[in-house]
Design a protein around this ligand. Structure first.
Ligand code: CFM
Length: 544
């Protein structure tokens, strides 16, 4: 494309300098620690600053703690009534702004299309909102009789001190047949939505997981953690698991139900997709019930095959392993056919990925399959372990912001704890290269000299694109149009631009086709006005 003609060859150090040049010295010093030039060291991973406050004045891509708790973790559960306690502005977010799809199932019980809010007014802020919250919980109960009602605090609730937990306890006791519990997930509780994930993990584990209910019957029982059914990803993963004969007890939390959470303790393995948002639950399930966890990734056809094989290896049953191989062989036919056609057109193209806390890593798999190179990437709110691997967790600094989030103590359940594998069995698997409780992080998968940037902002995003001119930029709706105005296509990796699924085998094929269309469309070269391509006159202002 026309914009690709580069006159100057930038080194990564030049790019980093250019990104920082406009900042006041103090801001530049802080941001410099979040911009890493990958060194691809053989035995260690370079350190990056992450999960720290965004510098005031910078237009961040991040969201708030309430968004992470209500929107991300609890939002996709269809039969829990989620009440937002707060002014109606925040409640816009209560109304399906994320593309987590659901299938209402045989019962048709689905509260996701509703928007439940206490709609706090000035007088509630002054005199307290607890009465209003109680009335809202009662009304929801009378109307729907759900199994569960969850209450989410927005910023003003924390500031005025409404005790949402006491109200929830009181209402739960009053109803007797409805589990009511609350989340102190005020937007300001952490530096990003990541804090909201942690708060949601804690409360769901404390109040709901293992409380019993109707569990799915079947062989090879797993939990799928950190999969939110965006654009139908979870439906595709469930299709593949079913073909393999694997039973998915509970998805946290795409297309999930109250009973799935309540019976998650019945699975024999937890498979973690998005490590960032749900690793706390994975750990707690192991400590309390003895369920081991592994990191898997169903984004990318090869990654899907690898993850299925890992599940097969864990259960170690030949019938399952053979069935998985059959499924992979059948599904790969279409994948290879499409790749043979498209790859010559996508090979060698470049992409930048700046998304949330796991997709910037997962989607590199799909781009590799297309022969494309990820030249720069980063998370909005990942922690150092998401970049460098889980082994850095003991080194993480505990600052005032992380201290704000409750660390709950979990112990082995006296009745339900049941180690699924003996220490010898675990060791035998580990000796064969099987990794439990581990996640390697994004940095080791990036090439030497690539730029890894945490909490990228509007200004830096535009600068990066101007300098490096990738063939594709992947981020969200806030970034989409400013980047496209620069003549570079942007693929939304949060909402999928109304597309998807992109997970599993069918998803990979969908993704290949869309990326081919995007990076090979001529339309982007028309983004430049004629005088930008062939300047006839150049001048400067007298005062410059
Ligand atoms: Fe996990 Fe997510 Fe992500 Fe995330 Fe998110 Fe999302 Fe995301 Mo948007 S849970 S960290 S808080 S994979 S909503 S489904 S796309 S930023 S990369």
């Amino acid at each position: 494309m026309a914009t690709k003609n580069k006159l100057v060859q930038w080194t990564p150090t030049d790019v980093k300098e250019e990104l920082l040049k406009k900042y006041p010295p103090k801001v530049a010093r802080k941001r410099a620690q979040s911009i890493l030039i990958n060194e691809a060291l053989s035995n260690t991973t370079p350190e990056i600053q992450a999960n720290v406050r965004t510098i005031p004045g910078i237009i961040t891509m991040r969201g708030c703690t309430y968004a992470g708790c209500k929107g991300v973790i609890m939002g996709p559960t269809r039969d829990i009534v989620n009440i937002v306690h707060g002014p109606i502005g925040c409640s816009f977010y209560a109304w399906l702004t994320r593309r987590n799809q659901t299938d209402a199932g045989a019962t048709g019980e689905n509260y996701m299309p509703y928007c439940f809010s206490t709609d706090m007014q000035d007088s509630d802020i002054i005199f307290g909102g607890e009465k209003k919250l109680k009335a809202a919980i009662q009304e929801a109960y009378d109307l729907f009789h759900p199994k569960g009602i969850c209450v989410f605090a927005t910023c003003p609730v924390g500031l005025i001190g409404d005790d949402i937990h006491a109200v929830s306890r009181e209402m739960k006791a009053k109803f007797g047949d409805c589990n009511v519990f609350a989340f102190s997930c005020e937007g300001y509780k952490g530096v990003s939505q990541s804090a909201g994930h942690h708060i949601a993990n804690n409360q769901v584990f404390k109040h709901l997981v293992g409380t019993g209910g109707e569990a799915k019957q079947g062989e090879y029982k797993i939990n799928l953690l950190g999969e939110y059914n965006i654009g139908g990803d979870g439906f595709e993963i469930d299709r593949v698991l079913k073909l393999c004969g694997i039973t998915n007890i509970a998805t946290f939390s795409g297309n999930s139900t109250y009973d799935q959470f309540a019976t998650a303790n019945e699975a024999d393995l937890s498979c973690v997709m998005c490590h960032r948002s749900i690793n706390y639950v994975a750990d707690m399930l192991e400590t309390k019930y003895g369920i081991p966890w592994i990191k898997i990734n169903f984004i990318g056809a090869e990654a899907t095959a690898k993850s299925l094989r890992k599940i097969g290896q864990y259960f170690g049953d030949k019938a399952l392993i053979d069935r998985i191989e059959e499924v992979i062989a059948t599904e790969m036919v279409k994948v290879k056919e499409v790749l043979t056609e498209l790859k010559p057109r996508t090979e060698g193209k470049t992409a930048m990925l700046f998304v949330g806390g796991s997709r910037a890593h997962h989607y590199m798999e799909l781009f590799n399959e297309l022969g494309m190179k990820t030249v720069s990437t980063g998370y909005e709110f990942g922690h150092r372990d998401d970049y460098e691997g889980r082994h850095v967790i003991p080194e993480l600094k505990v600052d005032a912001d992380s201290r704000n989030i409750e660390e709950i103590e979990v112990e082995a359940d006296p009745e339900l704890y049941n180690p699924r594998k003996s220490p010898e069995q675990l060791k035998a698997l580990e000796d064969k290269g099987f990794e439990f409780k581990d996640y390697k992080g994004l940095i080791p998968d990036m090439d030497k000299g690539t730029l890894i940037i945490d909490d990228l902002n509007q200004y830096e995003a535009e600068k990066l694109v101007e300098i490096i001119k990738p063939d594709l930029f992947c981020a969200g709706i806030k970034e989409k149009y400013s980047i496209q105005k620069l003549g570079i296509p942007l693929k939304q990796l949060h909402s999928y631009d109304y597309g998807g699924p992109y997970a599993g085998f069918v998803g990979a094929v969908n993704f290949y086709k869309e990326i081919d269309r995007l990076v090979n469309s001529k339309v982007w070269s028309y983004m430049k006005a004629p005088w930008q391509e062939n300047p006839e006159l150049s001048a400067t202002y007298v005062w410059e």
